[in-house]
Each structure stands twice: as C-alpha cells, then as structure tokens.
Design a protein around this ligand. Sequence first.
Ligand SMILES: NC(=O)c1ccc[n+]([C@@H]2O[C@H](COP(=O)([O-])OP(=O)(O)OC[C@H]3O[C@@H](n4cnc5c(N)ncnc54)[C@H](O)[C@@H]3O)[C@@H](O)[C@H]2O)c1
Ligand SMILES: [Zn+2]
Length: 390
Amino acid sequence: VSTARTSPSDLCITVDASAETGGAYPVWIGAGLTARLPERLRELGEIHRWAIITDETVGALHTRRIASELAQSGFAVELFEFAQGEARKSRETWAQLTDAMAERGIGRDSAVIALGGGVVGDLAGFVAATYMRGLPCVQVPTTLLAMIDSSVGGKTGVDIPAGKNLVGVFRQPQLVLIDPLLLHSLPEAVFRAGLAEAVKHGLVADADYLSAIERETAALLRREPVPLAELIRGSIEIKAAIVAADTTEAGPRASLNFGHTIAHAIETVSDLAIPHGYAVSMGMVAESRIGERLGVTEAGTAERVRVTLQKMALPTTLPDSIPATAVALATRADKKARASRVRYTLLEQPGKVARGMDGTWTFEADPDLVQRVLEESHGHSTLSLDFTDV
Ligand SMILES: NC(=O)c1ccc[n+]([C@@H]2O[C@H](COP(=O)([O-])OP(=O)(O)OC[C@H]3O[C@@H](n4cnc5c(N)ncnc54)[C@H](O)[C@@H]3O)[C@@H](O)[C@H]2O)c1
Ligand SMILES: [Zn+2]
C-alpha cells in the first residue's frame, strides 16, 4: 500500500487490486473533496455521460446538489434515485435501475457514480459491473461504514431471500473519493454502526490500530475531525493491504469476514431490519466466543471485544426478538460454507486472525456450539437497539 500526501489535507492511498478484477486505483481522502470531484473525474479520461446512483435520503441531503454542481462544470449527468434501506439492495432495484438507464440512453461511453452508503455502493457497483457488460464506476461513500469498508475492495452485489450478498461480482472501482464532511448529516445510530467495521479491521489485522480506537472512542463518538480522519486512513490502509494480497478472497481476505457469518444470519432472520454494522457488532462477540470454546482464540478476547463495542453503544447480544435457533440455521446460507458445513473466520488474539492447521483461514464450528453461544447471549442485553432511527 502506498500512501501519499499531495496537499496538507488530502491523502491518496493506492489499492493494488489484481488485474482480473480491475487493477489498481486511487482512494482520495480529504475534508471538502467533493468540491474537487470534477478534477478527479476528468482524470478518468473520455467519459461522455455520468449515471449518478443514490438513495432518496442521500439524494435530498447531498446528491442533488453535487449533481447540479457537476452539471454546472460541464458534465452530462443523469440522476437515478431509489428508496433507502437494505431491503432495496435487491435484484428488483437492479432491474429498475438498469431499465431506467437504458431508457435515458446511458451507453458504453458512460460511467456510474455511486453516491451513498454501503447499500448504494454495493448496488450501484453491481449495476456498473453488469450494465452493457460493465461501465467504469466511481465510489463516493457517504456513511462511515462505506468510507472505511464497502467502497474499497470491489465486492458488489445484491441480497436475495436466501441470504445477504448472494448474487454479485468482484469488480474494482476506478476511483474512490472520501469526503468526511459528508458525515455531518449522518444519524447517530448509522455513524456508530460504521465504527463496528473499524473495530473489525483492528481485530483482524492491527492491534495498535485497535488500541487507538479504544483510546479515542469518546472523541470519535463526538466526530472530532482529527481522530475521525485517522480512523478512516487507518481502516483504508488495512483494507487496501488485505485486498492487494488477495483480491478474490481465496486466502487472507477471508479475515475481513470476521463476525460476518453470524452477522449475515442475524440480518436475514431480522428481515434486514437490523443494520449491517449492528449485526457485525453482535457477530464479532459471538464468533470470539466460538473461537475461545474451540481453543483457537486467546481467552479473554471475547470480553475485550464486548467492552470495546459496548463503549461505542453498539449491541453485543441478540435482541430477544431474534431466536438463536433461527440464526444458527440461517448461517448455512453463508458463502464460506463448504459441503454445507459452516466455516468461521476466527481470531487468534486481538490484532491477528487465526490460520488453521490445514492452511485455510476458516474453521468449522459445530452447529450445536454455535447455537449454545448464541443462546447464552440472550437476555443479557441492557442496550436499546434503537435501530428504528437508522
Ligand atoms: N462491499 C463490501 O465490501 C461491504 C463491506 C461492508 C458492508 N457492506 C454492505 O454495506 C451495507 C451497509 O451500508 P451502510 O451501513 O452504509 O447502509 P446504508 O447505505 O443503508 O446507509 C444507512 C442509512 O444512512 C443514510 N445515509 C447515508 N449517507 C448519509 C448521510 N451522509 N447523511 C444522512 N444519512 C445518510 C442512508 O439513506 C440509509 O438510510 C450492507 O448492505 C452491507 O452488506 C459491503
Ligand atoms: Zn461488513
């Protein structure tokens, strides 16, 4: 990973992804960068039209203004909005968007700009990857989660009733532009949900980064610009290094799935009512406990994970409305399942993922053990999940 500072405030991190998924691309980070979007877009070469994809909430807050600024700078833009929410990350929305793009004459000389959270990024990335066999894609993330995680790495796709992200492709964006000023309008619960993925980056790859987040929790929750900028830079560097080492998740990239086998099952069982970051928070505690029971994860890790997440007011136990049995059953749809045995990415200790004796990066856990761990976590929740304001 190479990080360069070109102006006192702007950073550029290059992601060296494999050529087969789209090759290397820059991630720009800087407060106020959206104002310089025109410059960055011109660097991408001859593109005649821009399909900007966003959800209605982000549309009203940011995208319509950014689109009209681009139009004033001479860009031919078409705006495509869909209703916000995880339930819209679907094949149906993909069909509506691609139909609308065809209707408005978006052709092979065009590119897509994904302007929104992880839902917009995954969906618009998938539209860009598939429409007319693939258009270039620019990611402009607007949630903390999208800034530190989903906009980088090229995983695109949609949810289907059987599970999360089960239809999609790996395809890298051409450019990622991160403007932390866009976070000012983010609801509190959505902001916190993003912190869960930062904790994940620390847990799987960097103990120092994890300690820094733990130290700075209060300042981060106040969204102080300096610690927030450090958080974004740290997470992108970790993610970029992992993606460069393994673009299509055959090996070490599996570490980014820590907490996610359980998280995806919780999201599915809740009918996508529980936000992704909240589910990841619960999933990381449960999977740390599973790791400890299997003797893979250092004792005491699960408690540290729980305390760290609780300080961020993130949920660490299953809400009573979500039955442990249903979650255990839903883990079977996980993409890491082999011959229908569910496999987990586990920690060795905070800052390091465990590697199995067989050289793989995932471990099989007995379904009964998984269910027991989930059941134990019931009834201890003192937190309100308050995801209704997400
Ligand atoms: N591709 C990947 O590698 C990857 C990694 C992590 C998560 N994900 C996916 O990301 C999704 C979750 O992303 P998310 O948490 O960003 O959800 P989201 O996109 O649904 O955004 C959450 C809410 O915040 C609103 N919002 C977005 N930006 C805003 C802003 N600046 N101001 C005010 N409101 C704003 C949205 O309208 C939405 O209501 C999940 O589908 C998850 O599977 C993908
Ligand atoms: Zn995630």
